[in-house]
Design a binder for this molecule. Sequence first.
Ligand SMILES: C[S@@+](CC[C@H](N)C(=O)[O-])C[C@H]1O[C@@H](n2cnc3c(N)ncnc32)[C@H](O)[C@@H]1O
Length: 326
Amino acid sequence: MMEGTAIHNDSTTVLGDVTFQTAPMPTLDPDLYRLSSEEAAFFKAQIGIDDDEDLKRHILEVQAKAYKIVPYPCIHEFYFLRYVSYRSMASESTITRSTVLSINISSYPVYEHILKLGRERSDAVLLDLGCCFGVDARKAAADGFPAKNIIASDINNEFLELSHELFRTTPTSYAACLLPGDVFDPAFLSIAARPNDVSSALAIDLSSLKSLNPLHGRISAINVARFFHLFTEDKQLHLARALAGLLSAQPGSVICGFHIGSPEKGMAATVLGPEHRLFAHSPKSWTSLWDGEVFEKGSVKVETELVKLVTRGVERFMMGWSVVRL
Ligand SMILES: C[S@@+](CC[C@H](N)C(=O)[O-])C[C@H]1O[C@@H](n2cnc3c(N)ncnc32)[C@H](O)[C@@H]1O
């Protein structure tokens, strides 16, 4: 075992509304660390470490610190490192342990559209919500979305601080706004009273933000990766309504992400095993939630893709999705 890796012996660990009981969270396993050549090039360029072993040591150190804060499976499994497109694997019915199975913002079908918004909509703001280290935000910034118009937000300020540690940046060298807050605290994110108000995000000084509420109706693109599945069905609907209130009413504005899905909505297995279950929407229920319940029917285009994965013998599904305002 690597020095500094964390062991979680608590009998109950709560991650969002998901309570994992009985089994301790798994110990960190450095053998799970691997980078494709594309991923290695991204992290080397962004972090400024060129040597493979030095890069690995640095990433493992930050991973261990984060896992001590909250032991999310995505930190354990190094999902934050992954840029390989899951769509290229969608035809496989079984994805094995040795296959990289993660998804990040650059693999979304709407990714080029998001970058185009950053280039062509003068006041476009990108929000990466529940961002942990905010790697998706860094990727979008590296690909040209203006960093000063990016907000990366998480309930744990320590993760946001670790974002700077991981990428060896400071608030001066990386212009994005790193904003701590709880999406279920109305003082941080309330459901907008006038969701169709079209106001410019440029009127707001992002660096002075204390909450997301001043941005109602002003955000062009919202990324919520591996996030919705942490919460109950009711809270997922609440969160969807709150995000809809942040989204600009301009056609082309987009909310997107991916999380655990299911062919039929209901309780679904997590990567930790069949006994650890959480609420998952199906493509059908997710589509009708956005198109008809959250947004007026016909005012958005919803796309979903369900991918079957088998990890350590546990079958589960991930759902990639996007909601674009028409
Ligand atoms: C499973 S991680 C996903 C991280 C990242 N989006 C990714 O794809 O790698 C979920 C993140 O949501 C954050 N989170 C959990 N509950 C939250 C809340 N109520 N408000 C804001 N962030 C929250 C956690 O701190 C954690 O960083």
